[in-house]
Design a protein around this ligand. Structure first.
Ligand code: GDP
Length: 375
């Protein structure tokens, strides 16, 4: 059985972690409607592996908002006024308080793999995640992956520049790979902002659970953590995930195609153009799992991008579903985010210069303090 550490940093990371715990509870046969009330203390998360979840935040209210994550798994990092969206403050707070965070992780035992979930753009998650991964890697050999949520592009200059710097730090550090999910790309889910968040969080949670299951499963054809590591070490250190579940009977080739199409992915990419390596996992009743169709689709993908691992999980009576982990050699969408970030940094700098000029102006006014006009 795999030992998995799942950390959710900051508000976005906490909420996604909570969504993962919610889905892990709800798939239990006897806790169909788990959640809320006392469930966070007594319900059982139905993970296939030994999954330890830890939510970290400077804002206590974000931690209190969690409904499906046990109270003991929520760690409040005290800092009087939060960190705003200021990553410099966030990094200082992490440095001062990292002992508490690392102890909480150490107390859970050893792991085979860890995932740290966070937004790229806020204050706490975005500033805590790169140094946290660095600290974990200093004393452990297991791979640590970051699952990073990119902002809606209209959320403002601070969020954009935070995202750009955070991703740069992650790529330059010892993080074993970055899995991207993009709010901007997924916002077609619609509804209010909260409904969009809930929808996106649920999409991400389902994919993560499927991935964990497939790394720790007795499959007909096996993929495992070793394959996942190989996939994640390909490409430019960036990856994304595609998923599709049939709602009615459907040939497996269509399920795979949907999983790799824009409707299935968490980040905007042309799989066949930007893909590096991939791992495709199929699940469902045996009658849907035509090996010929699976091989044809996988060969199409490997012909375009290179190596593709495939795995098959037989689940009696289930409609077919597919998950794909795809590393990227290039990411046009990320390049355009960086262009936006450069503009954002320029705008912030201009604003600062204007404030400085205003201050110079004020000091000119002060030079005549105590004087009277002479006529
Ligand atoms: P932090 O608590 O300081 O780390 O900041 P947040 O996690 O709130 O980061 C702000 C970014 O996260 C913005 O880009 C938000 O759009 C995004 N965000 C906040 N909450 C959620 C959520 O529940 N789901 C998703 N997908 N994004 C979120």
């Amino acid at each position: 059985m795999l030992n998995v550490l799942l950390v959710g940093n900051g508000q976005c990371g906490n909420r996604i972690l909570d969504a993962v715990n919610k889905h892990a509870m709800n798939r239990g046969s006897n806790v169909k409607e788990a959640g809320g009330g006392l469930s966070k203390y007594f319900s059982k998360h139905n993970y296939q592996s030994n999954v330890q979840t830890i939510a970290i935040n400077t804002a206590i209210n974000d931690l209190k908002e969690m409904k499906f994550t046990k109270a003991k798994d929520r760690i409040h990092i005290k800092n009087l006024h939060g960190v705003g969206a200021n990553r410099n403050i966030g990094k200082e707070v992490f440095e001062q308080q990292k002992g508490n965070i690392l102890k909480a992780i150490e107390d859970r035992g050893d792991f085979d793999v860890a995932f740290v979930v966070t937004s790229a753009s806020g204050g706490t998650g975005s500033s805590f995640t790169p140094p946290l991964i660095e600290e974990i890697k200093k004393s452990h050999n297991f791979p640590v992956y970051a699952l990073v949520i990119l902002p809606f592009r209209e959320e403002g200059t601070l969020y954009l520049q935070n995202a750009a710097f955070m991703l740069k730090e992650l790529r330059e550090g010892p993080c074993d790979g970055i899995i991207l999910a993009d709010n901007q790309y997924l916002k077609t889910i619609g509804g209010s902002v909260q409904e969009a968040y809930d929808g996106i969080n649920s999409m991400i949670a389902k994919r993560l659970l499927f991935l964990l299951d497939s790394l720790d499963s007795e499959m007909m054809m096996v993929t495992d953590l070793g394959d996942f590591k190989t996939v994640m070490s390909g490409g430019a250190g960036l990856a994304t995930v595609g998923y599709y579940k049939a709602e009615s009977e459907m040939p497996i080739r269509t399920v795979i195609q949907n999983c790799l199409s824009p409707r299935g992915l968490l980040f905007s990419t042309d799989v066949y153009k930007e893909g590096g390596r991939a791992m495709v996992i199929l699940k469902g009743d045996k009658k849907y799992l035509s090996m010929e169709e699976i091989s044809n689709e996988v060969e199409k993908l490997s012909g375009a991008i290179g190596h593709v691992f495939k795995g098959v999980i037989v689940e009696n009576g289930s409609l077919p579903e597919a998950l794909c982990v795809l590393t990227l050699n290039s990411a046009e969408e990320l390049e355009s985010l960086y262009e936006g970030a450069i503009q954002a940094i320029g705008m912030e700098k201009d604003k600062k210069d204007r404030v400085k000029k205003k201050k110079e102006m004020e000091s000119s006014f002060m030079t005549i303090d105590g004087m009277d006009p002479e006529y």
